[in-house]
Design a protein around this ligand. Structure first.
Ligand SMILES: C[S@@+](CC[C@H](N)C(=O)[O-])C[C@H]1O[C@@H](n2cnc3c(N)ncnc32)[C@H](O)[C@@H]1O
Length: 375
Protein backbone atom coordinates (compact mmCIF):
# COMPACT_ATOMS: atom_id res chain seq x y z
CA UNK A 1 0.00 0.00 0.00
CA UNK A 2 2.97 2.35 0.32
CA UNK A 3 2.86 2.72 -3.47
CA UNK A 4 -0.84 3.57 -3.42
CA UNK A 5 -1.43 6.84 -5.24
CA UNK A 6 -4.21 8.36 -3.20
CA UNK A 7 -6.58 10.45 -5.30
CA UNK A 8 -5.66 14.08 -4.90
CA UNK A 9 -8.20 16.66 -3.76
CA UNK A 10 -11.13 16.50 -6.18
CA UNK A 11 -14.00 18.80 -6.97
CA UNK A 12 -17.21 18.24 -4.90
CA UNK A 13 -18.92 16.19 -7.65
CA UNK A 14 -16.05 13.68 -7.97
CA UNK A 15 -15.48 13.63 -4.19
CA UNK A 16 -19.08 12.57 -3.66
CA UNK A 17 -18.59 9.62 -6.04
CA UNK A 18 -15.34 8.62 -4.30
CA UNK A 19 -17.08 8.64 -0.91
CA UNK A 20 -19.65 6.16 -2.20
CA UNK A 21 -16.96 3.79 -3.52
CA UNK A 22 -15.33 3.49 -0.06
CA UNK A 23 -18.62 3.32 1.83
CA UNK A 24 -18.78 1.09 4.92
CA UNK A 25 -22.04 -0.25 3.52
CA UNK A 26 -20.02 -2.27 0.98
CA UNK A 27 -20.07 -5.95 1.85
CA UNK A 28 -16.51 -7.27 1.40
CA UNK A 29 -17.82 -10.79 0.80
CA UNK A 30 -19.44 -9.51 -2.39
CA UNK A 31 -16.28 -7.94 -3.82
CA UNK A 32 -14.64 -9.83 -6.65
CA UNK A 33 -11.08 -9.51 -7.92
CA UNK A 34 -9.82 -11.07 -11.17
CA UNK A 35 -6.36 -11.51 -12.68
CA UNK A 36 -7.13 -12.86 -16.19
CA UNK A 37 -3.48 -13.73 -16.91
CA UNK A 38 -2.53 -14.74 -13.39
CA UNK A 39 0.72 -16.64 -14.08
CA UNK A 40 2.08 -17.90 -10.78
CA UNK A 41 -0.19 -15.62 -8.79
CA UNK A 42 1.89 -12.69 -7.51
CA UNK A 43 -0.96 -10.25 -8.02
CA UNK A 44 -3.53 -12.60 -6.44
CA UNK A 45 -1.26 -13.07 -3.42
CA UNK A 46 -1.05 -9.28 -2.96
CA UNK A 47 -4.82 -9.09 -3.32
CA UNK A 48 -5.17 -11.78 -0.63
CA UNK A 49 -3.30 -9.55 1.83
CA UNK A 50 -5.48 -6.55 0.98
CA UNK A 51 -8.70 -8.51 1.46
CA UNK A 52 -7.37 -9.88 4.73
CA UNK A 53 -6.83 -6.32 5.98
CA UNK A 54 -10.36 -5.38 4.95
CA UNK A 55 -11.87 -8.34 6.84
CA UNK A 56 -9.76 -7.70 9.95
CA UNK A 57 -10.90 -4.07 9.91
CA UNK A 58 -14.49 -5.33 9.76
CA UNK A 59 -13.95 -7.56 12.81
CA UNK A 60 -13.93 -11.00 11.12
CA UNK A 61 -12.18 -13.84 13.02
CA UNK A 62 -8.77 -14.28 11.42
CA UNK A 63 -9.18 -18.03 10.92
CA UNK A 64 -12.43 -17.50 8.96
CA UNK A 65 -10.82 -15.07 6.54
CA UNK A 66 -8.75 -17.34 4.23
CA UNK A 67 -11.66 -19.49 3.09
CA UNK A 68 -13.86 -16.47 2.40
CA UNK A 69 -11.10 -14.74 0.40
CA UNK A 70 -10.25 -17.81 -1.68
CA UNK A 71 -13.83 -18.86 -2.35
CA UNK A 72 -15.60 -15.51 -2.68
CA UNK A 73 -13.13 -12.78 -3.58
CA UNK A 74 -10.28 -14.05 -5.75
CA UNK A 75 -10.45 -15.25 -9.37
CA UNK A 76 -7.61 -16.18 -11.70
CA UNK A 77 -7.32 -17.41 -15.28
CA UNK A 78 -4.29 -18.44 -17.33
CA UNK A 79 -3.71 -20.54 -20.43
CA UNK A 80 -0.84 -22.35 -18.76
CA UNK A 81 -1.67 -25.36 -16.58
CA UNK A 82 1.48 -25.11 -14.47
CA UNK A 83 1.00 -21.38 -13.92
CA UNK A 84 -2.53 -21.90 -12.61
CA UNK A 85 -1.31 -24.70 -10.34
CA UNK A 86 1.42 -22.41 -8.98
CA UNK A 87 -1.16 -19.67 -8.34
CA UNK A 88 -3.33 -22.10 -6.39
CA UNK A 89 -0.31 -23.34 -4.47
CA UNK A 90 0.84 -19.79 -3.60
CA UNK A 91 -2.65 -18.85 -2.41
CA UNK A 92 -3.01 -22.04 -0.40
CA UNK A 93 0.31 -21.38 1.34
CA UNK A 94 -0.91 -17.86 2.16
CA UNK A 95 -4.20 -19.20 3.48
CA UNK A 96 -2.47 -21.87 5.53
CA UNK A 97 -0.46 -19.23 7.36
CA UNK A 98 -3.76 -17.84 8.64
CA UNK A 99 -5.57 -21.13 9.17
CA UNK A 100 -3.22 -24.08 9.60
CA UNK A 101 -6.09 -26.58 9.29
CA UNK A 102 -7.60 -25.08 6.14
CA UNK A 103 -6.74 -28.12 4.03
CA UNK A 104 -8.30 -30.51 6.58
CA UNK A 105 -11.64 -28.76 6.73
CA UNK A 106 -14.30 -28.88 4.01
CA UNK A 107 -12.99 -29.02 0.44
CA UNK A 108 -11.90 -25.56 -0.73
CA UNK A 109 -13.54 -24.33 -3.92
CA UNK A 110 -11.02 -21.96 -5.46
CA UNK A 111 -11.68 -19.94 -8.61
CA UNK A 112 -8.29 -20.14 -10.28
CA UNK A 113 -8.31 -22.06 -13.55
CA UNK A 114 -6.15 -22.97 -16.51
CA UNK A 115 -8.21 -22.60 -19.67
CA UNK A 116 -8.99 -25.97 -21.22
CA UNK A 117 -9.17 -26.64 -24.93
CA UNK A 118 -11.86 -28.77 -26.58
CA UNK A 119 -9.59 -29.67 -29.50
CA UNK A 120 -9.55 -33.35 -28.52
CA UNK A 121 -13.35 -33.63 -28.20
CA UNK A 122 -15.65 -34.91 -30.93
CA UNK A 123 -18.44 -32.32 -30.77
CA UNK A 124 -20.88 -34.30 -32.94
CA UNK A 125 -20.49 -37.52 -30.95
CA UNK A 126 -20.76 -35.76 -27.57
CA UNK A 127 -23.84 -33.80 -28.59
CA UNK A 128 -25.50 -36.94 -29.98
CA UNK A 129 -24.65 -38.97 -26.85
CA UNK A 130 -26.19 -36.40 -24.54
CA UNK A 131 -29.17 -35.39 -26.62
CA UNK A 132 -31.13 -37.77 -28.71
CA UNK A 133 -33.03 -35.35 -30.89
CA UNK A 134 -35.95 -37.46 -32.02
CA UNK A 135 -37.70 -36.33 -35.13
CA UNK A 136 -41.12 -37.91 -35.35
CA UNK A 137 -42.43 -37.84 -38.89
CA UNK A 138 -46.16 -37.81 -39.06
CA UNK A 139 -47.30 -40.25 -41.68
CA UNK A 140 -48.77 -38.49 -44.63
CA UNK A 141 -52.48 -39.00 -44.86
CA UNK A 142 -52.24 -39.95 -48.50
CA UNK A 143 -49.88 -42.85 -47.62
CA UNK A 144 -52.75 -44.43 -45.67
CA UNK A 145 -55.63 -43.08 -47.69
CA UNK A 146 -54.36 -42.46 -51.20
CA UNK A 147 -57.78 -41.23 -52.24
CA UNK A 148 -57.43 -38.16 -49.91
CA UNK A 149 -55.90 -34.91 -51.08
CA UNK A 150 -52.10 -34.74 -50.49
CA UNK A 151 -51.29 -33.09 -47.10
CA UNK A 152 -48.04 -31.32 -46.23
CA UNK A 153 -45.54 -33.35 -44.18
CA UNK A 154 -45.42 -32.35 -40.54
CA UNK A 155 -42.58 -33.20 -38.22
CA UNK A 156 -42.20 -32.75 -34.46
CA UNK A 157 -38.81 -32.22 -32.88
CA UNK A 158 -38.50 -33.39 -29.28
CA UNK A 159 -35.60 -31.91 -27.30
CA UNK A 160 -34.93 -31.57 -23.57
CA UNK A 161 -34.84 -27.74 -23.73
CA UNK A 162 -31.32 -27.50 -25.07
CA UNK A 163 -30.21 -28.75 -28.44
CA UNK A 164 -27.27 -30.60 -29.92
CA UNK A 165 -26.26 -27.25 -31.43
CA UNK A 166 -25.98 -25.68 -27.96
CA UNK A 167 -23.51 -28.38 -26.94
CA UNK A 168 -21.60 -28.27 -30.26
CA UNK A 169 -21.31 -24.46 -30.07
CA UNK A 170 -19.95 -24.63 -26.53
CA UNK A 171 -17.33 -27.12 -27.66
CA UNK A 172 -16.44 -25.08 -30.79
CA UNK A 173 -15.99 -21.91 -28.70
CA UNK A 174 -13.09 -23.38 -26.75
CA UNK A 175 -11.26 -25.15 -29.56
CA UNK A 176 -8.39 -22.64 -29.36
CA UNK A 177 -8.75 -21.80 -25.68
CA UNK A 178 -5.08 -22.57 -25.00
CA UNK A 179 -4.10 -19.80 -27.41
CA UNK A 180 -6.89 -17.26 -26.98
CA UNK A 181 -7.47 -17.72 -23.25
CA UNK A 182 -9.15 -14.82 -21.47
CA UNK A 183 -9.62 -12.95 -24.74
CA UNK A 184 -12.52 -15.26 -25.60
CA UNK A 185 -15.83 -13.46 -25.26
CA UNK A 186 -19.06 -15.15 -24.28
CA UNK A 187 -22.08 -14.33 -26.42
CA UNK A 188 -25.35 -13.18 -24.84
CA UNK A 189 -27.04 -16.29 -26.23
CA UNK A 190 -24.63 -18.64 -24.46
CA UNK A 191 -24.80 -16.56 -21.29
CA UNK A 192 -28.59 -16.84 -21.30
CA UNK A 193 -28.68 -20.58 -21.88
CA UNK A 194 -25.73 -21.47 -19.63
CA UNK A 195 -27.78 -22.20 -16.49
CA UNK A 196 -29.91 -24.59 -18.51
CA UNK A 197 -26.88 -26.30 -20.06
CA UNK A 198 -25.27 -26.53 -16.63
CA UNK A 199 -28.35 -28.13 -15.05
CA UNK A 200 -28.60 -30.54 -17.98
CA UNK A 201 -24.93 -31.59 -17.71
CA UNK A 202 -25.21 -32.01 -13.93
CA UNK A 203 -28.26 -34.19 -14.43
CA UNK A 204 -26.44 -36.35 -17.00
CA UNK A 205 -23.44 -36.52 -14.68
CA UNK A 206 -25.67 -38.12 -12.04
CA UNK A 207 -27.08 -40.70 -14.46
CA UNK A 208 -26.32 -44.41 -14.15
CA UNK A 209 -25.48 -44.72 -17.85
CA UNK A 210 -21.63 -44.70 -17.81
CA UNK A 211 -21.35 -43.26 -21.34
CA UNK A 212 -23.58 -40.28 -20.59
CA UNK A 213 -21.94 -39.79 -17.21
CA UNK A 214 -18.41 -39.76 -18.68
CA UNK A 215 -19.46 -37.45 -21.53
CA UNK A 216 -21.04 -34.99 -19.09
CA UNK A 217 -17.93 -35.12 -16.90
CA UNK A 218 -15.79 -34.09 -19.90
CA UNK A 219 -17.90 -30.96 -20.38
CA UNK A 220 -17.92 -29.75 -16.77
CA UNK A 221 -14.67 -27.68 -16.90
CA UNK A 222 -16.05 -25.76 -19.89
CA UNK A 223 -19.06 -24.66 -17.89
CA UNK A 224 -16.84 -23.20 -15.17
CA UNK A 225 -14.57 -21.44 -17.66
CA UNK A 226 -17.60 -19.98 -19.45
CA UNK A 227 -18.86 -18.66 -16.11
CA UNK A 228 -15.52 -17.04 -15.24
CA UNK A 229 -15.29 -15.49 -18.72
CA UNK A 230 -18.72 -13.84 -18.65
CA UNK A 231 -18.74 -12.81 -15.00
CA UNK A 232 -18.22 -9.12 -14.18
CA UNK A 233 -15.73 -8.22 -11.47
CA UNK A 234 -15.30 -5.23 -9.14
CA UNK A 235 -11.59 -5.19 -9.67
CA UNK A 236 -9.45 -6.50 -12.56
CA UNK A 237 -5.68 -6.32 -12.20
CA UNK A 238 -3.06 -7.89 -14.42
CA UNK A 239 0.36 -7.90 -15.96
CA UNK A 240 -0.88 -9.20 -19.33
CA UNK A 241 1.22 -11.08 -21.86
CA UNK A 242 3.15 -8.79 -24.23
CA UNK A 243 3.35 -10.05 -27.81
CA UNK A 244 3.47 -8.12 -31.07
CA UNK A 245 2.08 -9.41 -34.38
CA UNK A 246 5.42 -11.04 -35.29
CA UNK A 247 5.25 -13.40 -32.31
CA UNK A 248 1.63 -14.43 -32.84
CA UNK A 249 0.55 -17.57 -34.61
CA UNK A 250 -1.97 -17.32 -37.47
CA UNK A 251 -4.98 -18.16 -35.31
CA UNK A 252 -4.20 -15.53 -32.66
CA UNK A 253 -3.51 -12.90 -35.30
CA UNK A 254 -6.77 -13.53 -37.12
CA UNK A 255 -8.74 -13.66 -33.85
CA UNK A 256 -7.40 -10.24 -32.83
CA UNK A 257 -8.13 -8.88 -36.30
CA UNK A 258 -11.73 -10.09 -36.09
CA UNK A 259 -12.43 -9.35 -32.44
CA UNK A 260 -10.04 -6.61 -31.29
CA UNK A 261 -9.46 -4.81 -34.59
CA UNK A 262 -8.66 -1.40 -33.06
CA UNK A 263 -6.09 -2.71 -30.59
CA UNK A 264 -4.66 -5.66 -32.47
CA UNK A 265 -1.00 -4.51 -32.55
CA UNK A 266 -0.15 -6.38 -29.36
CA UNK A 267 -1.67 -8.85 -26.93
CA UNK A 268 -1.31 -6.37 -24.07
CA UNK A 269 -3.50 -3.78 -25.81
CA UNK A 270 -6.19 -6.38 -26.51
CA UNK A 271 -6.05 -7.29 -22.82
CA UNK A 272 -6.54 -3.66 -21.79
CA UNK A 273 -9.82 -3.58 -23.71
CA UNK A 274 -10.88 -7.09 -22.64
CA UNK A 275 -10.26 -6.24 -18.99
CA UNK A 276 -12.59 -3.26 -19.20
CA UNK A 277 -15.25 -5.75 -20.36
CA UNK A 278 -14.49 -8.02 -17.40
CA UNK A 279 -14.92 -5.08 -15.00
CA UNK A 280 -18.26 -3.88 -13.71
CA UNK A 281 -19.31 -0.36 -14.70
CA UNK A 282 -17.32 1.92 -12.36
CA UNK A 283 -15.12 -1.09 -11.49
CA UNK A 284 -11.42 -0.53 -10.82
CA UNK A 285 -8.64 -1.79 -13.08
CA UNK A 286 -4.88 -2.04 -12.69
CA UNK A 287 -2.19 -2.82 -15.28
CA UNK A 288 1.50 -3.19 -15.77
CA UNK A 289 2.21 -2.90 -19.51
CA UNK A 290 4.79 -1.64 -21.98
CA UNK A 291 4.50 2.15 -22.19
CA UNK A 292 4.58 2.34 -26.00
CA UNK A 293 0.80 2.81 -26.09
CA UNK A 294 1.25 6.35 -24.79
CA UNK A 295 3.39 7.45 -27.72
CA UNK A 296 3.16 5.60 -31.01
CA UNK A 297 0.54 6.07 -33.69
CA UNK A 298 -0.60 2.43 -33.87
CA UNK A 299 -2.11 2.87 -30.37
CA UNK A 300 -4.02 6.06 -31.11
CA UNK A 301 -7.38 4.28 -30.96
CA UNK A 302 -6.45 2.73 -27.62
CA UNK A 303 -5.54 6.17 -26.25
CA UNK A 304 -8.85 7.60 -27.44
CA UNK A 305 -10.70 4.66 -25.88
CA UNK A 306 -9.02 5.21 -22.51
CA UNK A 307 -9.40 8.98 -22.53
CA UNK A 308 -12.89 9.27 -24.01
CA UNK A 309 -14.57 6.26 -22.43
CA UNK A 310 -12.63 5.44 -19.24
CA UNK A 311 -10.79 7.39 -16.53
CA UNK A 312 -7.06 7.12 -15.90
CA UNK A 313 -6.86 7.44 -12.12
CA UNK A 314 -3.08 7.00 -11.79
CA UNK A 315 -0.07 6.28 -13.96
CA UNK A 316 3.60 5.63 -13.26
CA UNK A 317 6.00 5.75 -16.19
CA UNK A 318 9.23 3.92 -15.42
CA UNK A 319 12.52 4.82 -17.12
CA UNK A 320 13.40 3.01 -20.33
CA UNK A 321 15.04 0.02 -18.60
CA UNK A 322 13.43 0.62 -15.26
CA UNK A 323 12.59 -2.96 -14.44
CA UNK A 324 15.31 -5.49 -13.65
CA UNK A 325 14.97 -8.57 -15.82
CA UNK A 326 12.42 -7.05 -18.19
CA UNK A 327 13.56 -5.96 -21.61
CA UNK A 328 10.58 -3.70 -22.22
CA UNK A 329 9.95 -0.16 -21.04
CA UNK A 330 7.08 -0.37 -18.59
CA UNK A 331 4.32 1.71 -17.08
CA UNK A 332 1.76 0.88 -14.44
CA UNK A 333 -1.64 2.49 -14.43
CA UNK A 334 -5.09 2.28 -12.89
CA UNK A 335 -8.43 2.96 -14.53
CA UNK A 336 -11.95 3.50 -13.43
CA UNK A 337 -14.37 1.73 -15.73
CA UNK A 338 -16.40 4.86 -16.43
CA UNK A 339 -15.83 8.18 -18.12
CA UNK A 340 -15.24 10.78 -15.46
CA UNK A 341 -13.70 13.82 -17.16
CA UNK A 342 -13.51 15.84 -13.92
CA UNK A 343 -11.32 13.31 -12.14
CA UNK A 344 -7.76 14.51 -11.43
CA UNK A 345 -5.41 11.53 -11.84
CA UNK A 346 -2.06 11.07 -10.08
CA UNK A 347 0.94 10.82 -12.41
CA UNK A 348 4.56 9.85 -11.64
CA UNK A 349 7.26 10.15 -14.29
CA UNK A 350 10.45 8.29 -13.46
CA UNK A 351 12.23 8.75 -16.82
CA UNK A 352 14.94 11.01 -15.40
CA UNK A 353 16.03 8.57 -12.69
CA UNK A 354 18.34 6.06 -14.31
CA UNK A 355 18.77 2.47 -13.15
CA UNK A 356 16.26 -0.09 -11.91
CA UNK A 357 17.50 0.22 -8.31
CA UNK A 358 16.43 3.86 -7.91
CA UNK A 359 13.01 3.55 -9.52
CA UNK A 360 11.21 2.18 -6.46
CA UNK A 361 12.68 4.63 -3.92
CA UNK A 362 12.17 7.63 -6.21
CA UNK A 363 8.58 6.59 -6.87
CA UNK A 364 7.91 6.37 -3.12
CA UNK A 365 9.58 9.74 -2.54
CA UNK A 366 7.28 11.37 -5.08
CA UNK A 367 4.14 9.64 -3.77
CA UNK A 368 4.95 10.60 -0.17
CA UNK A 369 5.69 14.21 -1.13
CA UNK A 370 2.35 14.37 -2.95
CA UNK A 371 0.59 12.97 0.14
CA UNK A 372 2.24 15.59 2.37
CA UNK A 373 1.38 18.50 0.11
CA UNK A 374 -2.01 17.13 -0.99
CA UNK A 375 -1.09 17.55 -4.68
C1 LIG B 1 3.49 -11.51 -17.70
S1 LIG B 1 2.83 -13.03 -17.23
C2 LIG B 1 1.95 -12.69 -15.77
C3 LIG B 1 2.75 -13.00 -14.56
C4 LIG B 1 1.93 -13.06 -13.30
N1 LIG B 1 1.50 -11.75 -12.86
C5 LIG B 1 2.67 -13.81 -12.20
O1 LIG B 1 2.52 -13.44 -11.04
O2 LIG B 1 3.35 -14.79 -12.49
C6 LIG B 1 1.58 -13.27 -18.41
C7 LIG B 1 0.78 -14.55 -18.21
O3 LIG B 1 -0.25 -14.54 -19.20
C8 LIG B 1 -0.51 -15.87 -19.59
N2 LIG B 1 -1.24 -15.78 -20.86
C9 LIG B 1 -0.75 -15.60 -22.13
N3 LIG B 1 -1.75 -15.50 -23.00
C10 LIG B 1 -2.91 -15.59 -22.30
C11 LIG B 1 -4.28 -15.55 -22.64
N4 LIG B 1 -4.67 -15.36 -23.90
N5 LIG B 1 -5.20 -15.68 -21.65
C12 LIG B 1 -4.82 -15.86 -20.37
N6 LIG B 1 -3.52 -15.91 -19.98
C13 LIG B 1 -2.59 -15.77 -20.93
C14 LIG B 1 0.86 -16.52 -19.64
O4 LIG B 1 0.76 -17.91 -19.54
C15 LIG B 1 1.55 -15.85 -18.43
O5 LIG B 1 1.40 -16.66 -17.29
Amino acid sequence: MEYYIKPTEQGPKVQKQLDVSVSVALNPEELTFLDPACGSGHILVEAYDLFKEIYLERGYRSKDIPRIVLEKNLYGIDIDERAAQLSCFALLMKARQDDIRIMHRDKLKMNVIAMQSTKHLDAGRIAATLIQEKTHRLIETNELFPELKKQPILSVKKTPGITQDDISNLIALFKDAKTLGSLIRISKGLKNSLEQIKAFINEKNNKRNPLEKETARQLKPFILQTELLYKKYDCVVTNPPYMGGKGMNGRLKSYLKDNYAEVKSDLFSAFIVRNTEFALPKGQLGFMTPFVWMFISSYEKLRSFLIDQKTITSLVQLEYSGFDGATVPICTFTLENAHNPDFKGGYVRLSDFKGAAVQGPKCLEIIQAARRTGK
